[in-house]
Design a protein around this ligand. Structure first.
Ligand code: ZN
Length: 427
């Protein structure tokens, strides 16, 4: 199987919608959140509907807020808050809440919910043994953001079950080594999981903190208004340098639109904070991208650093947002040398046919070549490593901390200015 699609072949089979309308017709979709009228792929799952769990009805919401005052309060971790907001917006469609044991076991065993739908990583609500002891199945609880003392949801505990953390670590991360940041997060949380469908009252701090916060129904409407039927998503947790710009522009050559979609949940120590990254993305878009062909929005999840399985999750989420393609580069969602460089691309070849309506756009490692005098990839440049401008993440951080400018072929000067300022402020 070829690793790369030829440019002309990429649209073929990319969109499995009945309507077959192409974007050029300029269809305006006022409430076509399913996207099928526009040629955008349907949301993930069997029925093609988005499933946001935020309560839309004001009277019901007020009732639940009142009820929450008398309920036992369960504090959520930052990861769980992020997941709750993903559920609130429909970004985790078709999940109906925090997983029960059947879904959990199915996801670990063969990446399948009990319904048979593809899902690669458990979405769970963990509590400590003491908390678990005071809560019963059938009981209603309030889910709280402890840092803001805000009730985010009420939920009936459908089931209480024991996590198998070692198995979960191996299945999700391919390792149970505690050096892995995803394993650390897993081992820090409680060993009992509470299953249930949260009735969500609030999306917490994210909508106010990011003007670029957007829900899947909103991006679908936006893409439809723009007349796009193929949209390439770019997942990112870092500032974008020239190599990333190159990947996104290759995608823009073959798709109607580009969706730059940074993850803004809490990251591992040493990563660049979201507000600094947003400045970097915006300065690039203002100066180097066609404004009408790019959308920049954020989503609140936390990275799992689960490599291939996280690539599948990233694809599902982008399909829900209305994208037809996900750019999957070398070592997507990886950390250290946990995964092989192309594991996150090859996993898509193992999925059952029809499990996804979004396709990976498989890209190789890219960098500046001083002899080609342009950004190239391992697939396009014949020259040896000495001709390539390659700076590791660690080396880049050292340069910026020291106030040293990385070479111009590595990154746009506007981006470097922002990063130098950020590190100077930390000193
Ligand atoms: Zn070259």
């Amino acid at each position: 199987m070829p690793r790369y699609n030829a440019a002309g072949a990429i649209r073929v089979g990319a969109v499995d919608s009945g309507a077959g309308a192409t974007g050029e017709s300029g269809i305006v979709g006022p409430t076509h959140s399913e996207g099928t009228m526009t040629g955008l792929p349907p949301p993930h799952g069997k029925d093609g509907n988005l499933r946001p769990l935020l309560i839309g009805d004001e009277a019901l919401r007020a009732e639940r807020v009142q009820e929450a005052r008398g309920l036992p309060r369960v504090p959520l971790s930052s990861k769980e808050i992020s997941d709750l907001v993903m559920l609130a917006t429909g970004a985790f469609t078709p999940l109906e809440g925090f997983m029960d044991r059947r879904d959990y076991d199915g996801v670990l065993a063969d990446m399948q919910l009990a319904s048979g739908v593809l899902w690669p990583i458990p979405v769970t609500l963990a509590v400590s043994d003491e908390e678990a002891a005071r809560l019963k199945a059938g009981e209603r609880i309030a889910l709280v953001d402890p840092a803001r003392d805000e009730v985010l949801a009420v939920m009936e505990v459908k089931e209480k079950y024991r996590a198998d953390r070692k198995r979960e670590a191996r299945c999700v991360f391919g390792t149970d080594e505690v050096q892995h940041p995803g394993v650390v997060t897993l081992y820090e949380q409680g060993e009992t999981y509470l299953a249930g469908t949260p009735e969500i009252l609030s999306e917490g701090e994210y909508p106010a903190r990011f003007v670029e916060f957007a829900r899947p129904s909103e991006t679908r409407d936006l893409f439809a208004r723009k007349g796009w039927s193929t949209v390439a998503a770019f997942q990112t947790r870092n500032p974008m340098h020239r190599s990333h710009e190159y990947l996104t522009k290759v995608a823009l050559e073959i798709c109607d639109g580009l969706f730059i979609h940074p993850i803004v949940g809490r990251l591992k120590p040493g990563d660049i904070p979201a507000d600094v990254r947003m400045k970097c993305y915006n300065v690039l878009l203002e100066n180097y991208y066609p404004a009408d062909r790019v959308v920049l929005k954020v989503y609140p999840m936390e990275m799992r650093y689960a490599g291939p399985k996280e690539a599948v999750l990233h694809a599902i989420i982008r399909q829900n947002f209305g994208c037809s393609h996900l750019i999957v580069g070398r070592d997507h969602a990886g950390v250290g040398d946990t995964y092989g460089p192309f594991d996150a691309q090859e996993i898509f070849d193992t999925l059952p046919p029809g499990a996804l309506h979004i396709e990976p756009l498989r890209m190789d490692w890219s960098f500046w070549c001083t002899r080609c005098d342009m950004i190239v990839s391992s697939r396009t440049c014949p020259h040896p490593d000495e001709d390539h401008v390659i700076i590791s993440g660690t080396e880049l951080r050292r340069m910026l901390v020291d106030g040293e400018r990385p070479p111009d072929p590595f990154s746009r000067p506007e981006v470097i200015d922002i990063l130098i300022d950020y590190y100077a402020g930390k000193r």
